[in-house]
Design a protein around this ligand. Structure first.
Ligand code: PMP
Length: 439
């Protein structure tokens, strides 16, 4: 099933020249497994890219998409709508953390981040506080690859080609502190004081009344599974409240059961003003993202617009609330409920934690971080070659029929929430075997 020609495609997020010499091709998927082009089954240890939370090719989702495609291929969202758009929003609002029940649809996590940042800035403006324009993100934050997300994001490599970006941003330090917190299980004990940096920075370097929003991933996933220290997010919430700053949680990875609760907001008991999600919203089957906001934010826009043709928020995408995406979302959210997959994630988490931490003492393992059904295994870097060991582990696990993700020298595991004990055992045993084989 190898394509005849690999040249035309410029692949995203891939070392193209190297990959094309020996491509890894995923040709089919079912439940916990991919099938590659040779017919070999590969255990999915990463839910695709943190998105296939209910497992692959689930019939209720596939059939909902097929039914929708046969009825309504497309409907413009510009002064128009279609019934499933409203139904999907109601279903998502019904599952959201309390108080976040207005839904704006987009097509990806990147679009969700940029939309959330625009909503935050525009919100202050529509209620007459136009000085609040600055945005604060974090080092090692990842909010997608669009301009706003890259600006508030903190991955140096993603920013270096775009030095202009957005001027009005600042970054907090990330809370990873292996010296004090190595091998923590769940939230690390040390580091709450890092949240106080928000207050000191805005008071010392900015005028707090110029800050529109703070955006963080409750757990930083893409840059190596960085968990918030105990009390850290609550402290951020308090500081935002004190200074009238909006708090945005990017739950693109942490939403839909990943951390053993429906949302990280619930897991950490902190409700943001704006929440972004994507990925698990459709179980990865159709691109879709969403921004959830508190009614007060939504209502401020509605109140500010005067006249029948006044568009309250001049923003949206051709494919916002696409009929196929909405059908997929409705079916996915129902499946999560019917199969109680978020409860299942919480139930499997202790076994997952034990298996992840069984790698303590394996060659090169410097730290293991985990919560719910996520684990990050940080390796000592090979001298002079940062990231090389992580890449080797990824390639060798693939050869052994297990898909893991690497970010530099951190191996991330985030399997579908339907994983069973035997598969958890195989996932971490394979990583252990590989660590004993590499140098
Ligand atoms: N935010 C976070 C926290 C993410 O992890 C990701 C993707 N990994 C994104 C945003 C971007 O999502 P997308 O790739 O769908 O644009």
């Amino acid at each position: 099933m190898k394509p005849a020609d690999l040249d035309a495609l410029w692949m995203p997020f891939t070392s193209n020249r190297h990959y094309k010499a020996s491509p890894r091709l995923l040709c089919a998927a079912d439940g916990m497994y991919y099938t590659d082009d040779s017919g070999r089954k590969v255990l999915d240890g990463t839910s695709g890219l943190w998105c296939v939370n209910a497992g692959h090719n689930r019939r209720p989702i596939v059939e909902a998409i097929q039914r929708a495609a046969a009825v309504l291929d497309y409907a413009p969202p510009f002064q128009m709508g279609h019934p499933q758009m409203f139904e999907a929003a109601t279903a998502l609002a019904g599952m959201a953390p309390a108080g976040l029940d207005k839904v704006f649809f987009v097509n990806s996590g990147s679009e969700a981040a940029d939309t959330a940042l625009k909503i935050a800035q525009a919100y202050h403006r529509v209620r007459g506080d136009a000085a609040r324009v600055k945005l604060i993100g974090r080092e090692r934050g990842y909010h997608g690859v669009n301009y706003g997300g890259v600006a508030v994001g903190g991955i140096a490599g993603n920013r270096k080609h775009f030095p202009v970006g957005l001027a009005a941003v600042d970054h907090l330090r990330h809370p990873l502190d292996i010296d004090r917190n190595a091998f923590s299980r769940g939230e690390p004990a040390f580091g709450i004081e890092l949240a106080d940096e928000l207050e000191s920075r805005i008071v010392t370097l900015h005028d707090p009344s110029t800050i529109a929003a703070v955006i963080v991933e409750p757990m930083q996933g893409s840059t190596g599974v960085i968990l918030p220290p105990k009390g850290y997010l609550k402290r951020l919430r308090e500081i935002c409240d004190k200074y009238g700053i909006l708090l945005i949680f990017d739950e693109v990875i942490t939403g839909f059961g990943r951390l053993g609760a429906p949302w990280a907001s619930q897991r950490f008991d902190v409700v943001p003003d704006i929440l972004t999600c994507a990925k698990g919203l459709t179980n990865g089957a159709v691109p879709m993202g969403a921004v959830l906001v508190k009614p007060a934010i939504h209502d401020a826009f509605m109140a500010a617009a005067v006249g029948e043709r006044a568009i309250e928020f001049p923003h949206g995408y051709t494919y916002s609330g696409h009929p196929l995406a909405c059908a997929a979302a409705i079916a996915t959210l129902k499946l999560y409920r019917d199969e109680q997959l978020f409860e299942r994630s919480a139930g499997m988490a202790p076994a997952f934690e034990e298996a992840a931490h069984s790698l303590r003492g394996a060659p090169f393992v410097k730290d293991i971080r985990n919560l719910g059904l996520v684990a990050g295994i940080e390796l000592e870097s090979r001298p002079g070659e940062p990231g090389a060991r992580g890449y080797d582990v990824f390639l060798k696990c693939w050869e052994k029929g297990v898909m893991v993700r690497f970010t530099g020298d951190v191996i991330a595991c985030s399997p579908p929430l339907i994983i069973d004990s035997a598969e958890i055992g195989r996932l971490f045993a394979t990583i252990g075997d590989v660590l004993r084989e590499i140098n």
